[in-house]
Design a protein around this ligand. Structure first.
Ligand code: NAP
Length: 255
């Protein structure tokens, strides 16, 4: 059975991805940094689909935690077919770009970009070794960035910069890993209903009702989960380094 790591899968989009992958027959390593109870619930939901679920606490900002997460996954499942870099944070405070502080910039960049960059590097090396030993034929890496990779929000500049960085990270690893039959693609979620968007729910309810997105509804974690399954199941194996919007059409420039 194929095995996947989904970072930040105790809640929100990550949990949605984990459940979609489980439905599609993947064993899943659930990762969390603080929400142990939620991680246990996510693992139970995954196991309910008849696959294996394991839990690993790892803070993606700590490079050694990331290495341990990969090692534990290979130990538990004997393989690693898919890494989904999903864990991410919004700035604790939305501050105007003319006033925002370095601490917030450092925290967001460490979580959303630096951590995933070195986690991807380590996981990719393990995938290459698994392939060399004949334990896998190919592998896939998915990066969950955001419409913020190309949309300016001046009250959370550090978040936008981190997500644009993920777009280039996707292309870099895609370029380097193609020779090893490892694809790397980026999914850009639009406005998705999770804890992260809880504090701005009313604002987005109104914007969506007024036509922010051609498809006038909130995105749900399973919308992103299904897109990850399309990649995980091999339907997009001639696609690498791509940015795939799953955003209700938000990215369309309209007149
Ligand atoms: P969320 O509801 O806040 O959940 C975040 C998840 O990431 C939790 O499982 C959390 O686990 C984990 N996490 C946070 N920091 C971590 C760390 N340092 N190490 C390991 N895990 C960590 O967020 P979400 O809305 O599902 O967002 C998931 C991803 O999608 C993020 O990268 C976000 O930027 C992106 N995204 C979200 C939206 C949206 O509208 N919601 C739109 C575009 C992109 P703990 O609770 O244990 O910390």
């Amino acid at each position: 059975m194929p095995a996947a790591i989904v970072t930040g899968s105790s809640r929100g989009i990550g949990r949605g991805i984990a459940e979609s992958l489980a439905e599609a027959g993947h064993d899943v390593m659930i990762n969390y940094s603080r929400s142990e109870e939620a991680a246990n619930e996510a693992a139970a939901a995954v196991a309910g689909h008849g696959v294996r679920a394991e839990i690993c606490q790892a803070n993606v900002t700590e490079i050694d935690d990331g290495k341990n997460l990969v090692d534990k996954t290979i130990e538990a499942f004997g393989t690693l077919d898919l890494l989904v870099n999903n864990a991410g944070i919004a700035p604790r405070v939305r501050a105007d770009i003319l006033e925002a502080e370095t601490d917030s910039y450092d925290e967001v960049m460490a979580t959303n970009l630096r951590g995933p960059y070195f986690l991807t590097q380590y996981a990719a090396n393990q995938m290459v070794a698994l392939k060399a030993s004949g334990r896998i034929q190919a592998a896939r890496i998915v990066v969950i960035s955001s419409i913020s990779a190309f949309t300016s929000s001046v009250a959370r500049g550090e978040y936008c910069v981190s997500k644009t960085g993920l777009s280039m990270m996707t292309r870099l690893f895609a370029d380097r890993l193609a020779e090893h039959d490892i694809t790397v693609n980026e999914i850009q979620p639009g406005v998705i209903q999770t804890d992260m968007t809880g504090p701005v729910k009313e604002k987005y309810d109104k914007l969506i009702a007024e036509g922010l997105t051609p498809i006038r509804r909130w995105g749900q974690p399973e919308d992103i989960g299904r897109a990850v399954v399309a990649i995980a199941s091999g339907l997009l194996d001639f696609t690498t380094g791509a940015s795939i919007p799953v955003d209700g059409g938000f990215h369309i420039h309209r007149l």
